[in-house]
Design a protein around this ligand. Structure first.
Ligand code: ADP
Ligand code: MG
Length: 681
């Protein structure tokens, strides 16, 4: 149904616009140019540089249809001011109507836009843009915008619609004028008017790389909309009720006393933050971040104790079966001696049996551990008080939000070992509180990283033998084959076959994603029990796997892996007190980015440092992963470059929501319209 701010245009055009995500007049105003052409100046043919877009004013002398060497329309023109400067225009694609119009325009003045080049018979332009003009036609006063568009929608039509929208839409300011001038940012109206029609004198570079204050203002506004909407969702959820779980929790104290280690200072700090959240009668929405191996699981277990002690259930979900099972085994070992009933729930069991077990578990279990089957299947908990999601970046937003439908708004603890640089975290997790464990348990020996070219594979094999001879174990990660899971499986089988020969005499196991859950579990258990010396694995071991006696990790074709992935994989070793080594095997020749990536992972062990280097290297994609799917992507702001603007936007979002909710609402309406629903769904 058309609304008051719908775009007035024929249905065919509206369809094109919809493809570009343009539904409202506001959307047109915020549809900003990709680049510009300078039609404010006329260049003389004689002075035109070759291969650079220029505008010429010419008189049309002749129109000829040529058939050899191929069908083409050839126009001969002369400079409107210097008639002895000649130029050919060549059209290899044209309509009959176009030909007739041009023939009728013989002797007329044309404005051309294109690049002059040296043709066979002198200077020429191929397929210039042209327009018949009157002799005294004035030049435009501003640069000509070129907009992102879609087939069937011309720049001219789009420009006209946008210019029209600019006159009709309310461009009222939502920010304080003083604040804008302090930040050297123009008003919203000034910024959009400027960007749709910049004066010719403006620095092309500042427009192109979007550093001009007008661009800064637009990027700020976009980030502000994002912050506002995430923050508002956060505040709305705070109004929901949740069970208040007393922080004075004997069960947690008993677990702490029974642990074979003492908590690090960082673990104690975040555990206290979480305990304080859980004590509130509103749902916790907290992200627990910490590098691989920093000990997030025990913090989660303590939180679970708090729910259980108060008579509620807790659920822990992990993205993979292997990881979920490891959690299950660990939590059972910790908690069963304290009288807590821990139940395993995963997709692997037979269907009917599974359903029955699930129903029963949902009623009685105190702590349920499983994969996201837990949230996807239709099981309902009797009294779910706390939902813990491990490696939350592997879960989509949708899955995460699905949790809220389980039982009465449980408290939520998200855990992530994917270190996210500050700017990104502020932007993407504006709807969560964040706790960070920034300390590793004592006694860990840092993992040494070695780079080996594939030609030294024999040395690596010898190193594996030496490690096993010393009583330790090794992982061998198979090459990543992104194109297909089938090829990846083949690669894993082939790697396992050849290593079984190269490492004859050693016990070589294999684990990959296509194994049945039970078989996977059996292999992992055998490796943990020391019955397998070398575990050949795909990236299924990327997260969470914890075998302290494994001290060597070999990653084949390391150049194919992303930095975050390499860091996660490397985190599988160095979990005990023994010296650990990670060998990155790479194949020559290395591309420049692959080289840069390997250099970063070689030089750094701190996940946050690696993440911010990676962000600089290639933008935010990998860290945020599936979270983006529920999020309108940033069109203009660039998190890798606009960190300062993110901070400004975050502070402004808080201010507006507190002091001027009406202006906050207006801003959201301007930027997101009804698309804000996307964020909540
Ligand atoms: P992650 O944060 O990567 O999930 P885990 O929770 O798996 O890390 O912990 C890694 C290992 O460190 C586990 O074996 C765990 O039992 C152990 N651990 C956790 N906290 C401590 C501590 N304070 N001191 C010693 N070892 C610890
Ligand atoms: Mg973990």
């Amino acid at each position: 149904m058309p609304t008051a701010d719908a775009i007035a245009a024929p249905p065919a055009i509206r369809n094109h616009l919809r493809k570009l995500g343009l539904e409202r007049r506001e959307d047109l105003v915020l549809h900003l140019p990709l680049r510009y052409e300078d039609e404010t100046r006329i260049t003389a043919i004689a002075a035109a540089p070759l291969g650079v877009p220029v505008q010429l004013e010419v008189r049309l002398l002749e129109v000829t249809l040529r058939l050899v060497p191929r069908r083409q329309l050839l126009l001969r023109v002369c400079d409107a001011r210097a008639e002895d400067s000649l130029l050919d225009l060549r059209f290899l694609r044209f309509y009959g109507s176009q030909q007739r119009a041009l023939e009728a325009a013989r002797g007329c003045r044309l404005r051309l836009f294109g690049e002059v080049r040296c043709g066979f018979d002198g200077l020429e332009m191929v397929h210039p843009r042209y327009r018949v003009v009157a002799d005294d036609e004035p030049l435009p006063q501003s640069l000509t915008p070129l907009y992102p568009t879609t087939a069937g929608l011309t720049q001219t039509v789009l420009r006209r619609l946008i210019m029209h929208a600019l006159r009709q839409v309310d461009l009222a300011e939502v920010l304080e004028e003083n604040w804008c001038s302090e930040q050297a940012l123009p008003s919203f109206a000034t910024a959009v008017s400027f960007l749709h029609a910049p004066p010719p004198a403006v620095s092309e570079a500042a427009l192109e790389n979007r550093t001009h204050p007008a661009w800064q203002r637009i990027k700020f506004d976009e980030l502000l909309a994002q912050q506002l909407s995430l923050r508002r969702a956060y505040l709305a959820r705070r109004h929901l009720g949740a069970p208040a779980l007393p922080a004075a929790c004997p069960l947690a104290r008993r677990l702490e006393a029974a642990l074979p280690f003492t908590l690090t200072g960082a673990q104690q700090r975040v555990a206290a933050e979480i305990a304080a959240d859980l004590e509130q009668p509103r749902p916790m929405q907290r992200l627990l971040q910490g590098d691989v191996g920093c000990g997030k699981t025990v913090v989660a277990a303590l939180a679970a104790c708090q729910a259980i002690d108060a008579g509620f259930q807790a659920a822990l979900m992990a993205p993979t079966e292997i990881l979920a099972e490891q959690h299950f085994l660990k939590l059972r070992a910790w908690l069963e001696p304290l009288g807590v009933e821990v139940t395993w729930l995963a997709g692997g069991l037979g269907k009917t049996l599974r359903r029955a077990k699930q129903q029963q578990a949902a009623k009685t279990a105190q702590l349920v551990v499983g994969t996201h089957a837990l949230i996807q299947e239709s099981i309902d908990f009797a009294r779910l008080g706390l939902a813990i999601v491990d490696e939350q970046h592997r879960f989509g937003v949708v899955q995460r939000l699905e949790l809220r439908r389980k039982g009465s708004n449980p408290h939520q603890l998200m855990m992530s070992a994917t270190p996210i640089p500050r700017t990104l975290a502020m932007s993407y997790y504006a709807d969560l509180d964040v706790s960070v464990i920034d300390e590793l348990p004592p006694g860990r020996s840092p993992v040494r990283t070695r780079l080996f070219s594939d030609s030294r594979r024999d040395d690596v094999i010898a190193a594996v033998r030496a490690v096993v001879a010393g009583g330790r174990q090794a992982y061998w990660v198979c090459p990543l084959v992104e194109e297909s899971a089938k090829l990846e499986l083949q690669a894993a089988l082939a790697t396992h076959a050849s290593l079984s020969v190269e490492l004859s005499g050693l016990r070589v196991g294999l684990v990959h994603g296509r194994l049945r859950a039970r078989d996977k579990g059996a292999v992992m258990a055998a490796f943990a029990a020391g019955e397998i010396d070398v575990l050949v694995a795909t990236t299924v071991i990327e997260v969470g796997v914890d075998v302290a006696n494994a001290t060597l990790m070999v990653i084949e074709h390391a150049e194919r892996f992303g930095l975050a992935q390499l860091h996660q994989l490397r985190g599988r070793v160095g979990r005990g007190t023994h010296d650990s080594v990670c060998v990155l095997l790479y194949q020559q020749p290395l591309s420049a980015t692959a080289r840069a990536r390997l250099k970063i992972i070689f030089e750094h062990t701190d996940g946050f440092e690696i993440a911010s280097q990676d962000l600089r290297l290639r933008g935010p994609g990998e860290f945020v992963g599936s979270r983006q799917s529920g999020m309108p992507l940033l069109r203009y702001a660039d998190l890798a470059l606009d960190g300062e603007l993110v901070e400004l936007a975050r502070a402004m979002a808080a201010t507006l929501l507190r002091a001027a909710p009406d202006r906050a609402a207006r801003h959201l309406q301007r930027w997101l319209g009804n698309r804000e629903e996307l964020l909540k769904a």
